[in-house]
Design a binder for this molecule. Sequence first.
Ligand code: BJW
Ligand code: ZN
Length: 286
Amino acid sequence: MLKSIARAVVRKVIDRAADLVPPMLDPRLRSQRMNLPAIDRAAHVLKGKPRVLVCVGSGLSAESGVPTFRGPGGIYSDEEIAHLTHVDTFETDREHMLRWYQERREQLHSIHPNPGHEALIGLAQTGDYTVSTQNVDHLLEAASDAAGFRPSIYHLHGSLLSVRCHVCDYEVEDLHLDLGEQPGCPKCGGPLRPGVVWFGETLPEDALEKSMEVARNAEVCLILGTSGLVYPAAALPETARRHGATLIEVNPHLSALSDISDIVIRGRTGEVLPVLLRRVQDLNRG
Ligand code: BJW
Ligand code: ZN
């Protein structure tokens, strides 16, 4: 009797430990929390050579040290900077806005792809993948270059690497230019700004149209690390679903797209995607 009580107590302590141990410490405990059955179901959907639209959000780069926008520690938790991603702020608080963007551009020099980016590029080599990202960093391209394989990548919200004129169509990829000095456009003299898409601005037509077309023809839509709150990007998985795609979400938390997803994998992309990749490769080897 005493022995069985002791065994039950020990079991409880072990179960609790799986919740408490930080993910970095013990890979065995980490994978227990990673919902392996859901990963296995996702791998069966992704085996073969399916047409896949991957919808990427800031969560994919979180493990590279790039802050997300919403949630604890996110950019919008600081009220002083929450307004800096709206187009109107370029008129009302331009100096602050450009200094903040210049700091973020400088941070690009010291960030690197994480295992989530690397595994996504690995997955892209197993089928017909198109990536539609809301992220403005270059980490997917960096992972692609390292792997020697680059899928189609559409940047819905532009890129921090480039600067463009707020008035004319001048645009250049240049990380050396200091936006904090409020440089003028060499073509028309108008103010230069980061090559990103702010609230109240339209998305690059080509990136959005091509992504929508892929969404309408996708067999699978993989949703990685996005809250699914910002439109029209959030409409891509919805469109894919209406056209018959299976939706797979990887996110440690509930998102606005969790409810419409067929398979939800609760975990970080840097931990889940490498496991998913290995499983898909195993299934494809037969
Ligand atoms: C992990 C993880 C880990 C953590 N692993 N996961 C009312 C209703 C509907 C729409 C609108 C409306 N009023 C206005 C609109 C339109 C508006 C909009 O959608 N607003 C809603 C917020 C209400 N959209 C626009 O204005 C867009 N343009 C447009 O619609 O044009 C037409 C138009 C023109 C003119 C007038 C009206 C209409 C433009 C949107 C531009 C968004 N720009 C930003 C800033 C980019 C530049 C920069 O970087 O500074 O883009 S805002 C910000 O949000 C950024 C992101 O790309 C975007 C999406 O965020 P994302 O990536 O989903 O990040 P988070 O933080 O939200 O979520 C992170 C997720 O990761 C979480 O779920 C975590 O759990 C997870 N996570 N760690 C995996 N390790
Ligand atoms: Zn110009």
